[in-house]
Design a protein around this ligand. Sequence first.
Ligand code: SF4
Length: 358
Amino acid sequence: MSLSLAAREQEGRIALVGLGREGLASLCAGLGLKPFQVSEIYRWIYGRRVLDPLAWTNLPKEARAALAARTSAELPEVTGEQVSSDGTRKFLLRLSDGQAIEAVFIPDGNRRTVCVSSQVGCAVGCAFCLTARMGFRRNLTPGEILGQFFVLEERTDIREVGYNAVFMGMGEPMANRTNLEAALAILEDEEGLGISWRRITVSTSGLADQMEAFARSAVCPRLSLSLNAPTDELRSRLMPVNAKCDLRRLRSVLQNLSRRDRERISLEYILLGGVNDGQEEAEAVARFAKGLKVKVNLIQFNAAEGLPFVPSDAERTRSFQAVLLRRGVPTSIRKSRGQDILAACGQLARNNWPGGGA
Ligand code: SF4
């Protein structure tokens, strides 16, 4: 959970990034500022990314000085960067309590994507994921989620070029839904970071109750369900979360979404050689997807030391896709990026860094 303003005050200065309109209004209480001036502050921080109150030139000088004295422009600190041969860049970020997360910048021609984390570690325990090996440390605050965007904008050209954002880094976003929604409200706000919901995808392992609530929220962008197996037996082996939210439950969540919400959904399927990539599984995925009008993204598994799987070969991958297409399910094969620096899907874990991270 994010800290309340009072709690943060007790710790010293208040971190500006992460405060929504309400938080800013209470920060400004007693400074004699009008509501429109609080809105100005919001635009300075998020619209213009200016975190120094002394530079907020359209506010009275005394208010600026008071705000400078009580706030901090704290962002995650970059303590490592790795660059892949394909241009992907992975950043190791240290948070104020010393915990570390990763965020990834993925350029592709003129297209830019950033992959960000929602938790330190993860409790879900997917068998094919290195983050799972870290276990769960804690949720990120709204400010720490947003801080990754500030840092990546500073270090890359994404702000000029425009970018897509995927919540597919460390953590299960639905297990940190309150803070995620607070961050998305600022991310998607035209006066905030101004990234359209159409350009944001949140990936989940399938926490059904949270997915339902999230889909109803005003900030829900595109949602991606990490399916990875078409039977409960296999899915429970790969993703223990399936024992709590099985395929029948997940399918009914998707089915009950409004048409508009369903158009925002995709299914992710990591192809594990000889495990979930056969024709039989492809037929079963097609049956699962039938009638849901969802798109399927096939993802190449990224082998890593300690993970007991191999990638599906090119022929099995193509045949898997061919079955789905034949059954009328729109299916694409996602290119894997940043494999050589362990920046690809399921490879984020701070102990991949020389010296074991931060
Ligand atoms: Fe957690 Fe996602 Fe890794 Fe599963 S794949 S353990 S949900 S980070």
